[in-house]
Design a protein around this ligand. Structure first.
Ligand code: ADP
Length: 163
């Protein structure tokens, strides 16, 4: 049973995240989508809202039976192990992501040699999408409909009180 652990902030989940999740599901028998909780950060969406958005999309992908959405605090490697995952799944958009991810990989590998990291290159159609820019563009009144799913778009509109 191959289990992947996909950590992130998912604030909000974007089409880039869903692309990585979908492709991860082809690699693993089970996928744990894990929302990292950082008490010092003020997210746009609450933990419960992010869990709900991720679950909705996994349902839509017909993958709910093979997936779990969880919240975690502390080290990714500890949370991966506690959830029975042998693999950490990460997406790489560009050289900046690669540099950062290579450092994370090195540290995680050192702390947990038994856990492998699997990197997927972002798909060309979604490689430009970052949740940070989605939040910024939406809060400035921009149209983010090509970066998120219709359900997430609706939640952004509700949050920002747009029509
Ligand atoms: P972001 O970096 O957009 O704020 P997260 O911190 O939630 O999002 O990212 C979680 C994981 O998803 C990371 O491995 C990140 O590189 C990956 N990821 C984020 N956006 C994309 C994308 N557009 N394509 C591929 N992977 C992505």
């Amino acid at each position: 049973m191959r289990c992947g652990f996909y950590p992130g902030s998912f604030d909000p989940p974007t089409l880039g995240h869903f692309d990585i999740m979908n492709r991860g599901l082809a690699l693993f028998d089970r996928l744990v989508v894990a929302i990292g909780v950082h008490p010092s950060k003020t997210p746009m969406f609450t933990e419960a809202e992010r869990v709900a958005m991720l679950k909705e999309e996994l349902d839509r992908l017909g993958a709910a039976a093979r997936c779990e959405v969880i919240l975690f605090r502390g080290l990714t490697v500890d949370a991966a192990r506690e959830n029975g995952a042998q693999f950490i799944l990460r997406g790489i958009r560009d050289a900046a992501d690669f540099g950062y991810e290579a450092q994370l990989f090195g540290m995680n590998r050192n702390m947990a040699p038994d856990i492998e990291t699997v990197f997927l290159a972002a798909s060309p159609g979604t490689a430009h999408i970052t949740a940070t820019l989605v939040r910024q563009i939406a809060s400035l009144g921009g149209n983010v409909s090509s970066f998120v799913s219709p359900a997430v778009l609706q939640r952004i509109k509700d949050k920002l009180c747009f029509k």
